[in-house]
Ligand binder design. Sequence first.
Ligand code: ADP
Ligand code: MG
Length: 475
Amino acid sequence: MEFEPVIGLEVHAQLNTKSKIFSPTSTEFGGTPNSHVSPICLGMPGVLPVLNKEVLQYAFKTAIALNCELHPRSRFARKNYFYPDLPKGYQISQYEEPFSTNGWLDIGTNGSTKRINITRIHMEEDAGKLIHDNPGNSSFVDLNRAGVPLVEIVSEPELSSAEEAVEYMKKLRSILRYIGVCDGNMEEGSLRCDVNVSVKPEGSDKLGTKAEIKNVNSFKYVQKAIEYEIKRQILLLENGEEVIQETRLFDSNKGVTFSMRSKEEAHDYRYFPDPDLLPVVIEKEQIEEIRNSLPELPDQRLTRFKEEYNLPEYDAGVLTSTKEIADYFEDCLKKYNNPKIVSNWTMTEVLRELKGEEDIKAFQITPDKLGELLILIEDGTISGKIAKDVFEDMLTSGKSANQIVEEKGMKQISDQSELENIVSRILADHPDEISRYKAGDQKLMGFFVGQVMKETKGKANPKIVNEILRKGLSK
Ligand code: ADP
Ligand code: MG
């Protein structure tokens, strides 16, 4: 029997507001442990949480960008459980009345698009962090993260492979970063993912029993964890065993998932409406204001790049994969308005040099400087080949293209008589090659061009060299 996988993701995105969701405490990452903590984060008796207005705006931005139904009235609930990183004994979340439901996003899979439905998005607070010192046999609690605002984005079980799940995560991350609500930094935990996986007989419309893999924190691990889990479950079923519903963890060193707790041990969270917080009510006008503040989203920008700049789908996809790259491309066009050439240089030279897309804003070769270099090719000052060297030089020296070309005498030689002299000298030196060429070995053209380039250190204008050679060889 053939099996098909079914995957649904629960993604936690940290909203990058300055202060926490219910207190004026800083959300800064990496501070001294327990330096960003207030009595509200700790749930001290007598303090009252107040919803951060900016969190509400960011959450609604997210829901609008993900095509969700918005609920002008929602409510916070307490999710009760005991854990050392949660001094209040409950996490404030939304349960029965989330602020948004029924959204979707489109992912690209093998050249076509697939719509993945989003069940719900709700706001909640993060818990603190435990730091385990194994040799010392002790654990430390850092509550800086307690009360940091999150949205949880829950997908329908509609993803059919590890690749689709990764595409979904990437698209989600891109949208969150475009709208500026989350930095998407998976290493620092600002974007985390619980992966739900099941398998079912191919074609069956009944879902299999799922396992949930908690806190998978990179695209690579999402891929690996799902692949492993699919294999594990299929093997169980093929051996006549059952998949049990449980929570598992991914061991990135071994590349395997392992059981953390079974359904029997699952928490009963005893959700109830938080009596300290009023229902969240948002006016239509406020929603419209938020809607109007949204920038162009990745899909819209991709479509515009294809239409406005006449770029192939592939180029438009790469260039709009992050807002920063798209901005870089469009800024460069302001200096040098040839979309396809700017696209080629951005996709190859620029993106190759960048380790992560975050770097592009600090990239040595600004859009303006790249534009200047491309103009030098366009006006014939340098060849495309020399331009690559100039690009390298710009990276290390930080100088402008003009300055480098000037200082190093890299200007292209386009002077007709100078090139004619060089060509005739080379032809005179290679009588054998000339006769072979005349006898039909056309490939030797490349040899002659190569000789001229060697002689001129690559500075000869290739177009003119070709013309002169052709003339000289036809005599
Ligand atoms: P739970 O009550 O265990 O939290 P939910 O129904 O809330 O389960 O679903 C949580 C996540 O699990 C969602 O992203 C959903 O798409 C996914 N999911 C639910 N059932 C399955 C299944 N049989 N296989 C894979 N994913 C599933
Ligand atoms: Mg759930």
